[in-house]
Write a protein that binds this ligand. Structure first.
Ligand SMILES: Cc1ncc(COP(=O)(O)OP(=O)(O)O)c(N)n1
Ligand SMILES: Cc1nc(C(=O)O)sc1CCOP(=O)(O)O
Ligand SMILES: [Mg+2]
Length: 210
């Protein structure tokens, strides 16, 4: 069993140049499957500026960039896709805006129904969570790990696990069938810094004691 790391940007990006340097170092490890820019409660012009700045950092390393919540801005910037939740624009409208080639993922929390609906509609991945308490998002329902196994046994569409995932608890989710592990704080808040954080995940995932 294996899983890839789906990295989400930190809650705040106070100094964009410094963040790009950190992001470059993290992506240079080759351990990140894709990056999601998730910047909440900011004006469109700032979100566009940040997305336009980090896009070449990602693309020069072959890492797709997805934009959270806003398929309209994702298209404007040239992102590879977007992620939408249950309180955002619908998957169908996001697909209408981004077109058939975009990578579009949908938050499905702990719901088999939402996941089946998103999968049948054409989502490129479904996201389940939160599996553990998260320091990055508090108002989320807790998901049961067996939803990963149910999905993995039933569907071919990739599933992403999210919520409080660390180097210490990630193997449980991989063993259950998660294809991707979406993380924020375990990398950006790691005591050794984000490069040590991403390498710690890789070490844990490579450890064959599943
Ligand atoms: C990969 C992934 N999974 C879930 C989410 C959460 O999306 P959403 O429920 O829309 O909440 P916000 O992130 O918009 O606060 C996500 N962003 N990425
Ligand atoms: C953005 C997000 N969505 C969640 C969900 O359950 O849908 S949990 C979450 C935060 C994930 O950050 P961390 O890895 O720091 O816990
Ligand atoms: Mg959202």
């Amino acid at each position: 069993m294996s899983a890839e790391i789906y990295l989400i940007t930190p809650q705040q990006i106070p100094i964009l140049k410094r963040f790009c340097d950190e992001l470059s170092a993290v992506l240079d490890t080759g351990l990140v499957a894709c990056l999601q820019l998730r910047l909440k409660n900011v004006k469109d012009d700032l979100l566009i500026r940040v997305a336009e700045t980090i896009l070449p950092v990602c693309h020069s390393r072959g890492v797709p960039l997805l934009l959270n919540d806003r398929p309209d801005l994702a298209v404007r910037v040239g992102c590879d896709g977007c992620h939408v939740g249950q309180n955002d624009i619908s998957y169908e409208d996001a697909r209408m805006i981004m077109g058939p080639k975009a990578q579009i993922g949908v938050t499905c929390n702990n719901s088999r129904h939402l996941a089946m609906k998103a999968g049948e509609a054409g989502a490129d991945y479904v996201a389940f969570g939160a599996f553990f308490p998260s320091d990055s998002k508090y108002d989320v329902p807790i998901a049961s790990i067996d939803i990963l196994t149910w999905w993995a046994e039933l569907m071919t569409i990739p599933c992403v696990a999210i919520g409080g995932i660390t180097e210490h608890n990630c193997k449980l989710l991989v063993r259950a069938g998660s294809d991707f592990l979406a993380v924020i704080n375990a990398v950006w808040g790691h005591h050794g810094g984000p490069v040590v954080g991403i390498k710690a995940f890789d070490l844990s995932l490579k450890d064959n004691e599943y």
